[in-house]
Design a protein around this ligand. Structure first.
Ligand SMILES: [Zn+2]
Length: 432
């Protein structure tokens, strides 16, 4: 059997396996009224970052994103930049959508005009059919960052898709604590007026506890976009002095990095809450969406003191820590409480992902790897197309290990099943 037929055979088996999607930003189906224009729909995902990287201006991007502008009018701009990005993995997702969803082999003005009247909308029908076909059983979603949405959720007034389990979105509760107004806005979620650091800590504990009672399965933090993952151990005196400065006069505010000791202190306390409430913590590590930003502040290795201190808390470290593969392998290998999560990385860098699947198997217990997360907003066709790439990366890795004589085909399928389903099910205590 050559590699291709082994690949096809294994892929077919892996395609049948159930999937727990470990990371999205969705509430589920929407009532949709306005029609979507093909180019706007086909660049709804991370591909926008590649377009920006290729030099598109914000004004041109706004034109492409505008559903009210005709495809013919946008085509010249789109074609110019599509030519530059057509070989990236983000562009591959668009190609898969074009082929698998709309049956079009190529992206041209003609094919875009042909799909004009059948552009998908994120309706319940779309979600149901796409997720069922892809065998996605459950989705872990991080969308409760909007305080209004969180309030509705803990009051039991938020309606959402049956396949979704939420995470408690943590960043703002430490990273935004810079002003009196913000602190009181958080207090208002439970009709409390905050008068001290203790009041604030008690409030956040209560919010997480109530969210858990309503079904939240973990905590999620993506502060690495705005700060370093290096959370220092700070004395209460130092943190409280900063907190009191904003409470003592509503006109005061803290800047950055002035607020860092308070932020660090709060994060440590919240990890203590995670331990008490027995909630695993998902952390954004590695690559960031958009363009520019500083990658070195996102390296998971900066979390070492957190991982070492909170040994009873399980950490699900995101995005394969791209591009820091060695560090994530070390953390997964040496820390019993570290899980390696492949969400998003499968389309950031398929070859990195293939290599990471291979190397985790040789270095880290395979029960500590969560194999897939789409990391998209309201675009179910992107989720399933991303999953296709993840399954391919995984299959190539497993074929390689079979060829090395490291595993047999039966084990390969068992491993894939644990990556895609069993491990997240156990880690997040899910009933599927
Ligand atoms: Zn995300």
């Amino acid at each position: 059997m050559n590699d291709d037929s082994l690949f096809c055979e294994l892929y077919r088996e892996i395609e049948k396996l159930p999937v727990i999607d470990c990371h999205e930003h969705i509430l589920g189906p929407k009532e949709v009224v306005s029609k979507r224009e093909p180019i706007a729909s086909l660049i709804s995902g991370y591909i926008q970052s590649d377009l920006l990287s290729a030099g598109i201006s914000q004004k041109e991007l706004d034109i492409l994103n505008d559903d009210s502008i005709d495809t013919e009018k946008k085509w010249e701009i789109f074609e110019r930049f599509w030519k530059r990005i057509q070989f990236t993995a983000y562009a591959k997702v668009t190609k898969i959508i074009m082929k698998d969803i709309y049956g079009e082999e190529s992206i041209s003005l003609e094919s875009l005009l042909r799909i004009k009247d059948k552009v998908l909308q994120p309706t319940k029908e779309t979600y149901d059919s796409l997720l069922d076909k892809a065998n996605i059983k459950l989705i872990l979603s991080d969308i409760l960052w909007d305080l209004g949405t969180l309030k509705r959720f803990i009051e039991g007034n938020l309606s959402y898709y049956s396949k979704i389990k939420f995470l408690f979105s943590l960043p703002q509760f430490h990273n935004n604590v810079r002003s009196y107004d913000f602190v009181q806005r958080v207090g208002s979620l439970l009709n409390r007026h905050i008068t001290s650091l203790d009041d604030y800590l008690e409030l956040v504990y209560e919010l997480i506890k109530r969210a858990k009672e309503k079904g939240v399965v973990g905590i999620k933090d993506q502060s690495a976009y705005t700060r370093s993952l290096d959370y220092g151990l700070v004395t209460r005196y130092e943190a409280e002095s900063l907190f009191n400065r904003i409470l003592s006069d509503p006109r005061n505010s803290l800047g950055w990095p002035e607020a860092k000791p308070l932020d660090d202190f709060l994060f440590h306390r919240f990890m203590g809450f995670a331990r008490e409430l027995k909630l695993p913590v998902q952390v954004h590590t590695g690559h960031m969406a958009g363009i520019r930003n500083k990658i070195e502040k996102t390296n998971a290795v900066l979390l070492s003191n957190i991982l070492e201190l909170y040994q009873d808390v399980n950490f699900d470290l995101f995005h394969g820590n791209w591009p820091y593969m060695g560090e994530i392998l070390f953390l997964g290998k040496n820390y019993p409480n570290v899980y390696i999560d492949f969400c998003w990385v499968n389309i950031i860098d398929p070859i990195y992902s293939e290599e990471l699947y291979c190397r985790t198997l040789l270095t880290v217990p395979h029960t500590k790897v969560n194999g897939f997360g789409g990391d998209y907003f309201d675009v179910p066709e992107y989720i399933v197309s991303h999953l296709k790439i993840a399954r391919e990366n995984m299959t190539r890795a497993l074929v390689k290990l079979i060829r090395m004589g490291w595993i047999d085909e039966y084990s390969a399928i068992e491993i894939a099943k644990s990556w895609l389903f069993e491990n997240p099910k156990r880690l997040f205590n899910l009933e599927v």
